[in-house]
Design a protein around this ligand. Structure first.
Ligand code: KG4
Ligand code: ZN
Length: 359
C-alpha cells in the first residue's frame, strides 16, 4: 500500500511517499525556520503563509523523487492536529482537495501519535507491543503505554513547559538564535566533550524523585535567568536577554550553561522514563519528537538501559525522522488505517496524544 503523507502542523512542510508503512520512496521537507530566526520565535501567520507557498513545490518534488504519479497513490494521510491552526489548515485543505479531485481515500493522523512511527521506519525490525513511548517535541512531553496500534494510554506528561520548549526558551535567554534547541545541544555536546569531568548539576530537576511519571520544566528558565543575573551582577529582566549574553563573563559561560540546561532536561526525562520501564516492563521503548534527536538524551537512555540490564528493547530512531516530516505521517496512517471521506475531516489544533481519529 502506497501512502502519501502530509505534515504541516508548525513550521515544516513535509510530504513523503511511503510503501507499506516503512519503505520510504521519497521524503521532502521545507522549513520556515529561517524566517522565525529573525523574530526569535514562530509567528503563526508567517508560518502559515510559508506553508501556502511551500506545499505544492514540496508535493511536486515528493512525487518526482518517488517516480510516481498521484494515480499510483492508494491513500493520502494528513496531520489534522495538534498544531498551529493556520499551518494545519494548509495541509488538511490540500489533502482534501487532492482526495476529492483524484478520488483517493484520506486518513487523518494525530501528529503526536505519528512521532512514534519514526521507530518503525528504517528500523529493520518492527517494535513489538506493549511498548512505552516518550514523545518529546516543541509543544508536548508525553509518556504513553501502547498496547497495540491505536491503543494508547497516557502515563505521564509535563505539568507546564514541554521539553523542546525548555530547550528553546533557555536558548533564547543565552542569546542562541531560533530554533534554539539543536543549537544549544551542539554547544552543550562540545562543552561535554572538552570537559568530561564536569558534574553538570547546577540546575534543579523538579519532580525527579516524585512517585509519578510527570515533569515540570518551566522553572528552568528562571534558574537560568538567576544564574545569568548572578554572573552579570545586577538585576536584569527576562527581556534583556540580548544584552545579557553580550557581557563578556556570561558569554564565556554560555557553553557550560548550555550543557547544564541540557543535562537537567535529559536527566529528568531519562529518570522518569526508566522508572516507567521498570514498572511496566514493556517489550519496546520508543522515542519520538524533535527532542528525540538530542544526542545526549539518546546516549544517556542507552547507557541506563545497559547499566540496569533492562530487558525492554530500546529504539533510537534516525534523527532525521524525529523532527517533523511527512514520512512518519504516512507510516502512522499505514498502521492505523482508518479511511475517511474528504468532507468528514477538519483540523483540531487541540488534539492530545490519546485522542482518537474521529473528528
Ligand atoms: O517535533 P518537532 O520537530 O516539532 C513539534 O512538533 O514541536 O520538535 C521541535 C522541537 C523544538 O523545540 C526543537 O528545539 C527541539 O525539538 N529539538 C531539539 C533538538 N532537535 C530539535 N532539542 C534538543 N536537541 C536537539 N538536537
Ligand atoms: Zn512534531
Amino acid at each position: 500500500m502506497i501512502i502519501l503523507g502530509i505534515e504541516t502542523s508548525c513550521d515544516e512542510t513535509g510530504i513523503a511517499i511511503v510503501e507499506d508503512g516503512t519503505n520510504i520512496l521519497s521524503n521532502i521537507t521545507a522549513t520556515s525556520a529561517g524566517i522565525h530566526a529573525k523574530t526569535g520565535g514562530i509567528i503563526p501567520e508567517d508560518a502559515a503563509r510559508k506553508q501556502v507557498t511551500s506545499i505544492l513545490p514540496v508535493l511536486n518534488l515528493a512525487l518526482e523523487e518517488s517516480g510516481l504519479l498521484l494515480s499510483n497513490i492508494d491513500a493520502i494521510a494528513v496531520t489534522y492536529g495538534p498544531g498551529l491552526i493556520g499551518s494545519l489548515l494548509v495541509g488538511v485543505e490540500t489533502a482534501k482537495t487532492l482526495s476529492m479531485v483524484h478520488h483517493i481515500p484520506l486518513i487523518p493522523v494525530n501528529h503526536l501519535v505519528a512521532h512514534m512511527y519514526a521507530n518503525f521506519i528504517d528500523s529493520g525490525v518492527l517494535p513489538e507491543f506493549p511498548a512505552i513511548s516518550l514523545t518529546v517535541s516543541g509543544g508536548h512531553t508525553d509518556l504513553v503505554l501502547i498496547k497495540d496500534h491505536g491503543h494508547i494510554e497516557k502515563i505521564g506528561s509535563t505539568r507546564d513547559d514541554a521539553a523542546g520548549e525548555a530547550f528553546d526558551k533557555t536558548a533564547r535567554l543565552l542569546g542562541i538564535e531560533y530554533p534554539g534547541g539543536p543549537k544549544l545541544a551542539a554547544l552543550a555536546d562540545k562543552f561535554i566533550a572538552e570537559n568530561k569531568d564536569e558534574k553538570l548539576n547546577m540546575f534543579p530537576r523538579p519532580m525527579i524523585n516524585d512517585d509519578n511519571f510527570d515533569w515540570s520544566f518551566s522553572g528552568l528558565k528562571t534558574s537560568v535567568l538567576y544564574k545569568i543575573n548572578e554572573l552579570v551582577g545586577d538585576n536584569n529582566k527576562l527581556s534583556d536577554y540580548k544584552t545579557i549574553s553580550t557581557k563578556e563573563n556570561v558569554k564565556n559561560m554560555i557553553p557550560q550553561l548550555a550543557a547544564e540546561v541540557q543535562e537537567a532536561i535529559v536527566d529528568s526525562l531519562v529518570t522518569k522514563t526508566v522508572k516507567a520501564i521498570e514498572k511496566h516492563q514493556p517489550k519496546s521503548m520508543l522515542l519520538g519528537g524533535g527532542v528525540a534527536a538530542n544526542q545526549r538524551l539518546r546516549h544517556k537512555l542507552d547507557l541506563r538501559f545497559k547499566i540496569q540490564d533492562l530487558r525492554t528493547k530500546l529504539y533510537l530512531p534516525n534523527p532525521k525522522y524525529c523532527t517533523d516530516n511527512g514520512a512518519v505521517i504516512a507510516s502512522a496512517a499505514f498502521f492505523n488505517n482508518k479511511k475517511f471521506a474528504w468532507n468528514k475531516i477538519d483540523v483540531n489544533p487541540e488534539l492530545t496524544i490519546t485522542s482518537n481519529t474521529e473528528t
